[in-house]
Design a protein. Sequence first.
Length: 420
Amino acid sequence: MRKLLQKLLRFFSKSVLLKYKPVIVAITGSVGKTSTKEAIYHVLKTHFGEKEVRRNRRNYNNEIGVPLTIFGLETGGSSVFLWFLKFIKILWMIVFKIKYPSFLVLEMGADRPGDIKYLMDFVRPKVGVITALGEIPVHVEFFESPRQVANEKRNLISSLNESGIAILNYDDEAVRQMAEGISAKILTYGLKDRADIRATNYDLKVNSNGSVSELNFKLEFSGSSVPAKLVNVLGVQHLYSTLAAASVGITFNMNLVEIVEALKEFHPLPGRMRLIKGIKNTLIVDDTYNAALLSMEAALESLKIFENRRKIVVLGDMLEIGKYTPEAHKKIGKKASEIADLIFTVGSRSKFIAEEAKKQGFSENKIFQFMVSSDAAIKVQEEIKENDIILIKGSRAMKMEKIVKEIMAEPEKAGELLVG
């Protein structure tokens, strides 16, 4: 049934794209895809209008979700009747002329070899964006090596023709190397000197009660420099999403001032390094959407800005990394031992975090281990004190948002602020 559904969706996707000819911006990577997609969508809709730009919602980034985004439809689940109604709507789009967006911003995931190549068979982007892979990419479980993950992701830009544009994260070596042999024009972004679009002079400030943060920087391109600011973000990793969005804006002839103005209104989605007020006048860093080695390290690093406050880290398993599981969790254990005052772990894989922290000399009395997030939530609530900073992060399946809800000052806002 699923294979038949895929074939039908692919066939009709080709027809819809051929008829309406939207400009497609496709995004892949192992870290930062969704934040980058949202930033690109925000910049483009600010300039071209909200009705002219469509992007994937939720996790619609696979062989089913991408076509549904093309059609502007929600999933039909397992209901044959609902899918029948959706195909009626799709046929209507093909037979009759409807209002259709000028731009599609499509995030694309790759859980297994061949996933990106499959999508490129019927989605032909004008612009391909690759975010970051990191030392141990997420979703590497079904790949032989990180190199094979990189090769799969590279299919997104190798499919571009000479009129296409490949936008690459210069600071990620594996991504930077993908440029070799690509027919499309290459644009790079990053914090390093040789990137085409750069953020420089960046400075993160958090107000005294932690309720508002500002990330100030200069956006530089081709000899021009414009002051820029992101509000309510924590960690320089947000710069990469905004730089990718700026690169796409530049591709479509937006100037730096327009791009900076658009980014002022951009805010991270729930569960992406969001600052939330906690009980006992604490501050929660909610990064519960997902976890990979690279993003986990960045989240821990971001806590260094809070110099004179006790730091608690609540870390769940990093999933879908297969044979790299012990190595990746041990790396996080070492880093956590250097930054945190208390360490909580959630899940069977996170035992490696605790073991490595102990090996590094971190006091065993300051490490708390749990199998599920709901059990950890009670102990976290008991241990936190006035003015603590609490980072909560783990893979999506670990449900780490339950811990955030337990200790947030306004739990009635959970539906608005937390991952759904």
